[in-house]
Design a protein around this ligand. Structure first.
Ligand SMILES: CC(C)(COP(=O)(O)OP(=O)(O)OC[C@H]1O[C@@H](n2cnc3c(N)ncnc32)[C@H](O)[C@@H]1OP(=O)(O)O)[C@@H](O)C(=O)NCCC(=O)NCCS
Length: 163
């Protein structure tokens, strides 16, 4: 929890996505409000998953998984890596792993992700993970008080040779 508080407070984590620093109590409340009664059942809910280095188990960042409609098999992802550990393939590996799991072991058919047009590293992660850019959401999210255009990406289970 303390690590998540610290990662969220990094200026680089906040640069291209609409998140703010939360103290421990605020973060606990934030998580509590989103808590699903049955995480394994993948209810329509938002999950915060800690990304760990598979060699030493150290936390390196977090991934948000939002099940936007279990009925229609829709999910949305977002991810942030500790500033000290950028460029080592963590985000790519985490996104690959979550999509593989969603398409192999759950009812999810379509995963969506958006990234700011000012965030080439995030765009590259999605491209490396086989996401297709299908459009631009103009004036989409408010980041530091300004509305920012975002690339809109999707990956479909039906196009997935590995699933
Ligand atoms: C975006 C982010 C998650 C990437 O994490 P990461 O673990 O460094 O990503 P990876 O190492 O898996 O891959 C990064 C890729 O982007 C590329 N990249 C990095 N900066 C780049 C830039 N300025 N322009 C173009 N490509 C860039 C890297 O070279 C790498 O691609 P490659 O493997 O082809 O060389 C990380 O920068 C981050 O946490 N940023 C702050 C939070 C954020 O913006 N999250 C995304 C919200 S949509």
């Amino acid at each position: 929890m303390d690590q998540l508080v610290q990662w969220r407070s990094q200026p680089e984590a906040q640069q291209n996505q609409p998140i703010s620093a939360l103290n421990r109590d605020q973060l606990l409340r934030f998580i509590e409000q989103r808590k699903s009664s049955d995480p394994a059942g993948l209810e329509d809910s938002e999950y915060i998953l800690i990304i760990e280095d598979e060699d030493n188990g150290e936390g390196v960042g977090w991934l948000t998984l939002e099940i936007t409609s279990r009925l229609h098999g829709l999910a949305r992802i977002g991810y942030t890596i500790d500033r000290e550990r950028w460029g080592q393939g963590y985000a790519t590996a985490a996104v690959e792993a979550i999509v593989h799991w969603l398409f192999t072991d759950t009812v999810i058919q379509r995963v969506e992700a958006d990234c700011s047009i000012d965030n080439p590293a995030s765009k590259r992660v999605l491209e490396k993970c086989g996401f297709e850019q299908v459009g631009i959401k103009h004036s989409y999210l408010v980041i530091h008080g300004k509305r920012v255009d975002h690339y809109y990406f999707e990956r479909l289970r039906e196009n997935d040779t590995g699933a």
